[in-house]
Design a protein around this ligand. Sequence first.
Ligand code: ADP
Length: 577
Amino acid sequence: MQTDVPHILIIDDDPVMLKALPEILRRQVQPLQITTFNSPHQALNIIAITDFDAIISDIKMPGMDGLTLLTEIHRINPELPVLMMTAEDDREVLLRALRGGAYDFILKPIVDHDYVVASLQRAMKTRQLSRQVAAQKKALEHHASELEKAVAEAVAEAKAAQRRLSFLAEASNLLAASLDYETTLTRVARLAVLYLADYCIVDMVQEDGTLHTVGLAHRDRTQEGLVHRLREGFEVQSMQEFENLSQTVRQTGHGILQPYMDDETLAKSVQDANELQLLRALGPRSLMRVPLQAQDKILGMLSFVSTRSDRHYGHDDLALAEDLTRRAALAVNNSRLYNEAQQALRVRDQFLSIAAHELKTPITSIMGTAQLLQRSAEREGNTNPRDTRRMQLLTDQTRRLNRLLDSLLNLSRLEAGQLTIDQAEVNIVALAQRVSEEMKLALESHMIEFHSDETKLAICGDELRLEQVLQNLLQNAIKYSPDGGIIRIHVQFNNHMAEVSVTDQGIGISDEAMPFLFSRFFRADSPTAKQISGIGLGLYVVKEIVTMHGGSIQVVSTQNQGSTFTIRLPLFDSQAT
Ligand code: ADP
């Protein structure tokens, strides 16, 4: 062991020198531990196990000459300074010793004590320095390897984090992609076996309180049948697992982590030999069970199982599984809300359809009677202007109501896939002109200008439905131009199609509203548009009817300046050249 007291070794076959030299040195160097040997062989043995500060050795000794000894010493420890003593001032020997690595020379008999002491002290200093350098080198090497280890760990950790993140991102994409939660959860199980588990089971609590497996996946698909059998045949057991989980969650706020499972654990966890056999075939080694919860209610559980002896789950894995399950729960909740919203929409549409059907007959009869009354009063000439205006108001309003009911009925037919389209020849020029003329009659502050260079553009379709389309577009043009103005309807032949455009000078449509214009029940929410009555069905029905005719509709609009709606309909084959 190295102490603070310098320790030197003197080797000489001359007993006088072995006595005298230590005395000289002890007198001048304090403290100093000196070991002496008269045989080079014994000295080499002790050098191999002792860390000397310096060695003083005679050059000429029986059994081994000083130069061979020097080589041997440096083979054992190259850093050890060796001072050679010689009685002859033989330049050749001295040079060979120096070349062989001797630190210095001491001439015998020793006359200059100070020189010997100074040389020894320098040698010991050199040795100390070389020790320090070695220690520093070792420390540096240690640091470097620690650093290397830390870097490797950080890189591995970063890679794992990266994998975790991309796994979760992929899971989120997957979960957002479907609103059908059973499909979604099966996908989650499949994803889990790519990254986190060898097999994964998703169980959901049903309305009657029982547990049902809605998704499962095994890394090796041929094993999925086994997992199925485990779930289907042992419902009571699954229920028990679920209750254990619920209890753990209530107590700890976390799922269950079972890092190690061996055959004994399996045997304890099962109810009969069949179950044990199935479990043994699957070979679970480590397990996590995580609750699927929404608003503090446990909706189900995800079981992640590792069958590999080198993968035992830890807290990091549990955190990841919980994160994944949280996302899955969110998706399940979204799909539940979506289904509820869809159901509410179905109820609304059903209600509207029934109401429209119920109202249609009385409105038709009121409209017919009002028109009859108006005509007979006109014929008999017994009405005053005020009554004429009232009659007109009555027929106008019932007609409006009738159109509204038509839209609602069309909607319910569209929803039920029952809106049919006749396939007859329709002259769209004549139809547009007739509808314009009819609508003109009831106008006060608006003007309708019809224009077409064609007299006939024949399309194949349903005249009644197309009339509804044109009426809706003209009606909107009138409605959304509250200050009046000119409404232009233009029919032309363009690029093998019949094109009808309706242009108004009204309030126009904002860019934000544009993408939703043809959606059911959409109404622009600008303050001016809001003041105008409507239910947001007209354009939806228009688009559907036009599409059913193989056509398309487009709109261009500038706010406060007006809009142009253009429909394009394919012509009869004979004309479409
Ligand atoms: P409704 O007129 O009953 O609200 P529509 O489906 O016919 O329903 O129209 C949907 C929405 O499109 C309207 O609420 C209105 O905001 C906008 N819109 C339709 N036509 C025009 C038009 N000519 N000018 C300005 N806005 C229009």
